[in-house]
Ligand binder design. Structure first.
Ligand SMILES: Nc1ncnc2c1ncn2[C@@H]1O[C@H](COP(=O)(O)OP(=O)(O)OP(=O)(O)O)[C@@H](O)[C@H]1O
Ligand SMILES: [Mg+2]
Length: 296
């Protein structure tokens, strides 16, 4: 099967006061539709950096991509027109679930207002103009019939992420919701544009252990049901992520090691594939300014 996403030999680093600091060194992985792929590593080994490279949201003034390709649906996102990637890929075909649901909502608006604002721009029902001639966001209309269809889709997805009484919930402010409810909303928001790939960057770290297991089970089920690929990053030490599923993890100062570390995504045998961290092959001292345990 052709991979939906294939990261090939991606190398990148950051310009720092002490010089260039390599963070990813020839990292490769691939994901197919409907699969959950775990990316396991200690803090600072580059999980978020890889996620941001795929999403194309690395800091321009600091990040330097020194090699590799990020193939998504047959297009190299690193060399594609950034405006086209922004309009058709980021937030539509590839979406994101953040680590911390507590700070990811604006406290001044109801969650319903925030969800509908996203759909105004990223709804799968929005007709994308060809080429680069789309209107600037501020003058783009939000037709009433599309708004109604988007709202129906929101209600359906809130039900899918097991949030009861969605109409009441949409009228609430973020501080009126629990951490688990907020993260379920984040997952719903990531699925609303109808993505092919969701990148979930430690989506359960801020939650308690029981809720973590529920959220991971939900992600697994939705990936299968909706045929969406999920790249799920996690600390190797995350307790509910431990299972019998082998994975390759990233250990500072050592070669990569096979561990029984990732994901309580079983009991159903959802394929969580080996994550590849060639960066771990070349243990070196961390560059100046980097914590000692922050270098693979
Ligand atoms: N803008 C930047 N400039 C310089 N160094 C950076 C920058 N962003 C990240 N780094 C460094 O890159 C390395 C990888 O960071 P990253 O956030 O990807 O790690 P991580 O694996 O996601 O860690 P965690 O599990 O704690 O979230 C770290 O050493 C970090 O200090
Ligand atoms: Mg991170």
């Amino acid at each position: 099967m052709t991979a939906l996403l294939a990261v090939e030999d991606l190398s990148l680093g950051f310009a720092t006061e002490a010089g260039f600091a390599s963070v990813l060194d020839r990292v490769s992985l691939s994901i197919e539709r409907g699969r959950v792929v775990g990316l396991v590593g200690e803090s600072g080994c580059g999980k978020t950096t890889l996620a941001r490279a795929i999403l194309g949201v690395l800091p321009r003034d600091q990040a330097r991509i020194t090699g590799g390709r990020v193939w998504f649906r047959g297009t190299d996102l690193l060399t594609a027109d950034p405006a086209v990637v922004n309009h058709t890929v980021r937030g539509r075909a590839i979406t994101f679930v953040p680590q911390d649901p507590f700070t990811s909502f604006n406290p001044l608006f109801t969650v319903g207002e925030q969800i509908m604002e996203i759909l105004k721009w990223k709804s799968p029902r929005a007709v994308l103009p060809a080429g680069r001639s789309w209107l600037p966001a501020v003058v783009s209309p939000y037709p009433a019939d599309r708004r109604r269809a988007d709202f129906d889709a929101v209600m359906e997805l809130l039900d899918a992420v097991q949030l009861p009484r969605p109409d009441q919930l949409l009228r609430k402010y973020p501080h009126e919701l629990s951490g688990g409810q907020r993260q379920r909303l984040m997952i719903a928001m990531a699925l609303l544009p109808g993505p092919d790939l969701v990148i979930a960057d430690e989506p359960t770290t801020a939650l308690d252990v029981t809720i973590q297991a529920q959220i991971l089970g939900l992600i697994r089920r939705l990936a299968t049901e909706r045929n969406v690929a999920v790249l799920l990053t996690t600390h190797a030490s995350a307790r509910p992520m431990k299972s019998a599923t082998p994975s390759t993890s990233c250990m500072p100062g050592r070669t990569s090691s096979r561990r029984r570390s990732i994901a309580s995504l079983p009991p159903r045998p959802i394929p969580i594939r080996k994550s590849c961290w060639p960066a771990c092959r070349a243990p070196t001292a961390p560059p100046a300014g980097f914590p000692a345990r922050c270098r693979c």
